[in-house]
Design a protein around this ligand. Structure first.
Ligand SMILES: CSC[C@@H](O)[C@@H](O)C(=O)COP(=O)(O)O
Ligand SMILES: [Zn+2]
Length: 396
C-alpha cells in the first residue's frame, strides 16, 4: 500500500492526506490517475522528494515483502557514519563544558561520538497516526512534546524485529501500538526499557540527581549507553545510544532529540574492556562524598558488615564473606569525566579484586557481570558507606 501525503508547514508536522493508493503499480500509473499531481508539487524540493519516494516504492515493489522489511530495517535504522552534526550545534544542558580533546590513545575510539543525522525525509506518518502513536507509545511519553518525539518507535522496532514478527506494515498505527505493547511485555529486560527504568529508580535513591550519574548495559555484544546531561529519571527508550565494543555507533536517538552520548562512555568502555563487565553504573551518592571527606586516604576499607556478602571479589571470582575486608580504590576527581580514564585504569590494575572505583568528591563506578549484579553491588556499597559515615562521625 502506498500513501501519498503533503505537508503544509515547514516543520512537516501537519500532514494532509491527499490520496491513498492501495495497489501501487508504478510511477506512470500514479501520474495517469492524478494529472494535477506534478503541478501541485510545485516546489522543486518537494518534487525531488516525491520522485525519490516513488523511485524507492518501485524498487521495493520488485522484492518480496519479507525481504523488503529486512532491507528497510537494515538500511534505514542501523545508522552509522551518517552526516556528522556540528559540535557547536549540540545543545544538551552541559554540552559547552565537554570539549572532546586530549584523550588516552587506547580509548581514543570510544570518546562519545557526535550524533549522526538520521534520514527523516521520507517519514510516512500522517498527523492522526502520529498522535495515536504518541499517546500509545509509553505512559511517560504523554508529557513529551510532539516536536521532539518524532519519529516515534522507528528506532526501537528494528532491534525487536526478530521477536516481534513485524510482518505487517510498520506504517500502520495499530501494528505500531501492538509492537510497543510487546516491547514492554516481552522485552522488559531489554536495555532500552531497563536503562530508563533503572535511572528512575536511581534518581529516587539520590544517585543520579541534577543530570549526574548514568548507566550502560552490554546486550548481545552491543553497548547501550544513556544520553548526556539529561534529566536521568525521564529518559525514554529511544534516547539510548548503542555502539559496538570499538566505539562505532550502531543506533542513535532521533536527530531532533539533540542528544549526545554520556560523558562517562570512556570509563564505561574501560570497565567492559578491562573487566569484561556486563553493565556499569555511575552514581553520585552523597553518602559516598561525605565518606570521602571523612576519609582522606586513597582507598576505603570496609569490614564487619553483613552486606559485604553482596560485593563481588573479582580476583577470587566469588562474593566476599562477612569476615573479610573489602578494599575500594579512591581516585581524584578531574574537570572532565574522560580525564579520569588513566587513573581509573591504574586503579583497576592495582586493585584486581575490586568491582568499584570511587572518584573523590564525585561518586563511584560499579560494574558487574550483568545489570542485576551491578545494581545489587551499588546497593550494598551504598549501605556500607552509610554505616561507615555513621561510625566515623560517632568515632565508633
Ligand atoms: C551534574 S553534571 C555530572 C557530569 O559531569 C558527570 O559527572 C556525570 O556523571 C554524568 O555525565 P553524563 O554525560 O550526563 O552521563
Ligand atoms: Zn559523574
Amino acid at each position: 500500500m502506498l500513501h501519498i501525503y503533503y505537508f503544509n508547514d515547514a516543520y512537516k508536522r501537519n500532514w494532509l492526506r491527499l490520496k491513498q493508493i492501495f495497489h501501487f503499480s508504478g510511477k506512470n500509473d500514479i501520474l495517469a490517475g492524478n494529472p494535477k499531481l506534478m503541478k501541485q508539487l510545485s516546489r522543486s524540493k518537494l518534487k525531488v522528494k516525491w520522485s525519490r519516494a516513488v523511485q524507492e516504492a518501485e524498487c521495493l515493489l520488485s522484492i518480496k515483502k519479507n525481504e523488503r522489511l529486512t532491507a528497510f530495517f537494515d538500511t534505514k535504522f542501523i545508522s552509522s557514519n551518517h552526516d556528522m552534526k556540528s559540535e557547536n550545534n549540540i545543545q544538551t544542558e552541559r554540552s559547552s563544558t565537554h570539549p572532546q580533546t586530549s584523550f588516552t590513545p587506547k580509548y581514543m575510539n570510544i570518546i562519545p561520538k557526535l550524533q549522526p543525522k538520521l534520514e527523516l525525509e521520507n517519514s510516512n506518518y500522517d498527523s492522526a497516526t502520529y498522535q495515536e502513536n504518541l499517546t500509545n507509545i509509553t505512559e511517560r511519553s504523554s508529557t513529551h512534546s510532539q516536536a521532539s518525539f518524532s519519529p516515534k518507535c522507528k528506532n526501537i522496532i528494528p532491534k525487536l524485529k526478530p521477536k516481534l514478527e513485524l510482518e505487517n506494515s510498520y506504517y500502520d498505527s495499530a501494528t505500531c501500538q501492538e509492537n510497543l505493547t510487546k516491547i514492554s511485555i516481552l522485552q522488559k529486560d531489554h536495555p532500552r526499557i531497563l536503562i530508563p527504568e533503572l535511572c528512575k529508580l536511581f534518581f529516587t535513591n539520590g544517585w543520579v540527581t541534577g543530570t549526574g550519574g548514568g548507566i550502560s548495559i552490554k546486550y548481545n555484544n552491543q553497548i547501550f549507553i544513556a544520553p548526556s546531561g539529561v534529566q536521568k529519571e525521564r529518559m525514554e527508550p529511544d534516547d539510548i545510544f548503542v555502539q559496538d565494543m570499538n566505539g562505532a555507533d550502531i543506533e542513535v536517538p532521533p536527530y531532533e532529540k539533540n542528544l549526545s552520548k554520556s560523558q562517562c562512555t570512556p570509563i564505561f568502555m574501560c570497565s567492559y574492556i578491562e573487566r569484561n563487565a556486563g553493565a556499569v553504573i555511575h552514581i553520585h551518592s552523597p553518602e559516598l562524598v561525605k565518606l570521602c571527606l571523612l576519609n582522606p586516604e586513597n582507598e576505603l576499607r570496609i569490614s564487619g558488615l553483613e552486606m559485604i556478602k553482596g560485593i563481588y571479589n573479582e580476583e577470587k571470582g566469588r562474593f566476599y564473606d562477612n569476615d573479610e575486608e573489602v578494599i575500594i580504590p579512591i581516585i581524584e576527581n578531574s574537570k572532565y569525566e574522560r580525564d579520569l580514564v588513566d587513573t581509573f585504569q591504574l586503579a583497576l590494575m592495582k586493585y584486581p579484586s575490586t568491582s568499584a572505583v570511587v572518584v573523590r568528591n564525585h561518586g563511584m563506578y560499579v560494574w558487574g557481570s550483568d545489570w542485576k549484579s551491578a545494581k545489587t553491588q551499588c546497593e550494598c556499597y551504598e549501605y556500607v558507606f552509610n554505616i561507615m559515615v555513621f561510625k566515623k562521625i560517632n568515632n565508633l
